[in-house]
Ligand binder design. Sequence first.
Ligand code: PLP
Length: 443
Amino acid sequence: MEPTHVGEDAHLLLYRTPKARLKEGIPIMVAGTGVRVVDQTGKSYLDLEAGMTRPVHIGYGRQEMAQAVYDQICALPYFTPVQWATRPALQLADVLARLAPGQISRFLFVCDGSEAVEAALKLARHYHVFRGDATRAKVLVRRGSYHGTTGGALRAMGLVLPMRHIMEPLAPGMVFVESPYCYRCPVHLTYPACEIACARDVERVIEFEDPAQISAFLGEPIQQGFGAYAPPPEYWPIIKTLCEKYGILLILDEVICGFGRTGTWFGADHFGVAPDLITMAKGLSSGYIPLGGVGVTDAVQAPIEILQHIHTYGNHPVACAAALKNLEIIEREQLVQHAAAMGRYFLEQLGPLERHPIVGAVRGTGLWLAIELTSRKTTRAPFPEEGLARLVARARQQGLLIRSAGSAIELAPPLIIQREEIDEAVRILDACITAEVRAMGSQ
Ligand SMILES: Cc1ncc(COP(=O)(O)O)c(C=O)c1O
């Protein structure tokens, strides 16, 4: 008989899974349609996390994605990205040149978001080296950021996570600055009286580190680590101005924000800033096949005589064919506009949850939303991790998949979600928060 759960005896290693969870048994996911997935026992879940790491923008069960992948495998399953090109990779770059923010117009493709970050850091370094600016090697990153888990991306991680600590010592070169997390301001000021001190202070850091040694500023347009946290509108324009003043490249990590998640094609579109480089993954292929990418401006690409970088599976034709079909679906079904409209509706429905004593605030940009939890509203003290874990588990029991980020519950459903599904999700969230408040009261 097929096993119904993954246990301690499984030959498969699961990522970031404590032994205790394996003891309980972990559901095996077997199918998905629309915004719902089903496990081996037949239990159905409303997936408010688009596959838990949030890539599945177009929802589950799209036959035409399978057909696109099948057709490309039949035509040409693979060819090297070194000194050769394939048709899907060329076409995907053309489509992205039309959609990408600012002047971003040249692209290369890798397998995921972490690799995209690595490639972006390398491209930035190439730009400086080929212009004779070889001392520019440091990268400005933010406390609370997440950029993936490979070498450079892990070094850029600003979250206090054992994932980073266990791999230390890491190579030097990352310089951390504060994040625009106004709900719990890292420099204890209040917006707008703060005059965006977290952004302005970056200039002091640049001067201290020596501008001639800084290659790039890397940041997520809207941050994951605190739970879908958008900076004040002034933040990115200030950072962009500083980058221009000191010859530093601005890399926006669009791995989550890209492809409609926040109700615009890219996160950068909300802030009117033109990045020099962007990274992308997740919604690029909606998770149907692994794919990441980097986009750069002509100005960044121009001085680079040769990019000294390679992955066997770079510019992979099958993955690029899947991404082309995925983008065709997003455009045809106007999922970016739909995400903006559904995001507004979702946020309205979440509003009444603020009546609960543990809900500090609700927020969202498009279909990337969060419920900020606090153990005391007056001080905004973070909610205990065990409480967050209990909430996530309660929701799962009731057939709703959510996750925590920082002291918040984060929500990022497939972009195809409809009002009735949002209503269902809010009812379950309300019930789970009520149960948590009651359990805390009886402790
Ligand atoms: C902003 C950002 N950058 C990079 C990554 C790394 O992407 P991947 O997990 O595909 O390597 C993530 C993953 O969540 C991310 O959120």
